[in-house]
Design a protein around this ligand. Structure first.
Ligand code: NAP
Length: 256
């Protein structure tokens, strides 16, 4: 077992869970969060039993980050956990937001969740790393999206939030560099989540065929990339935005 510890937000299912599993498999302990603390606790118990490495489940609602992050870190400190890496992953996907009719609060909530909800745990984790002497090998990983650069219909809040995450990666990479903390961003294309499992298989196949590699990114793919970014194998990388999209970013929309 390693003496390293990762915090992953929104990790009881889908990509967050995939990333937490990879770190646990590598012997790191983990803190996973959910808006529903009981769900995080139940999943953490299951993971602890499966991997034989401590996993803790705490509540955190990124839409209410200002208050929740304080409570979350009180619990982290009380459990005696010293973070080496934080992965900000929990997000509001902000679908179907017609810009002419969307409620202002709903639009704002996407930005609060995806931008403020990333910044506050990232800086809190960084402050703890500085205090505990873990900053020199400390890492922050933001889960962005290919949508930081190209848009989707009726997703203006989400697209704007992913643009902000890309910019914040650069800004914090500079601000945290003096302490040694590296900040990188993973920009996935479509990810195989429960959404795909619930989809008509024909539609899933059509979507897969749009990707140059004819693959949809898996949570295991993301786990491997996140672990690389948290490890010394990525030692001199900071401020990077890594596409994990089967080549979608290379494609001109509409073909040729
Ligand atoms: N799915 C894709 O195709 C795709 C593509 C590119 C990028 N991404 C990015 O990859 C990351 C993970 O995506 P995913 O599809 O695996 O995640 P997801 O399961 O849809 O969301 C991750 C977690 O965020 C929490 N969450 C969901 N809606 C929320 C809301 N409205 N407000 C606050 N928290 C909310 C949920 O945790 P609790 O319910 O347990 O709180 C959820 O398990 C996100 O940052 C996403 O933007 C996804």
């Amino acid at each position: 077992m390693s003496n390293k510890c990762v915090l992953v937000t929104g990790a009881v299912r889908n990509s967050g869970l995939g990333m937490a599993r990879k770190f646990l498999q590598e012997g790191w302990s983990a803190v996973i969060t959910s808006r529903v603390e009981a769900d995080a606790q139940a999943k953490a118990k299951e993971l602890t039993e499966e991997f034989g490495v401590p996993c803790y489940g705490f509540g955190y609602n990124p839409a209410n980050a200002k208050e929740d992050v304080e409570v979350l870190f009180e619990k982290i400190e009380k459990a005696g956990l010293e973070l080496d890496s934080v992965i900000c992953n929990a997000a509001n996907l902000g679908r179907w937001m017609n810009p002419l009719t969307v409620e202002a609060e709903d639009w704002i909530e996407v930005l609060m969740t995806n931008v403020v909800g990333y910044f506050l745990p990232a800086r809190k984790a960084a402050a703890q790393m500085v205090r505990t002497g873990k900053a020199k090998e400390g890492t922050v990983i933001f889960i962005g999206s290919v949508n930081y650069k190209d848009a989707l219909p009726e997703r203006s809040a989400y697209v704007a939030s992913k643009g902000a995450i890309r910019s914040m990666t650069k800004a914090l990479a500079i601000d945290f560099a003096p302490y040694g903390i590296r900040v990188n961003c993973i920009a996935p294309g479509p990810i195989w989540t429960t959404r795909y499992e619930e989809m008509d298989p024909k539609e899933a196949e059509e979507r897969r065929n749009l990707v140059p590699l004819k693959t949809i990114t898996t949570k295991e793919n993301l786990g491997n990339i996140a672990f690389f970014l948290a490890s010394e194998n990525s030692q001199n990388m900071t401020g990077s935005v890594m596409f994990v999209d089967g080549g979608m970013d290379c494609l001109i929309a509409g073909g040729y």
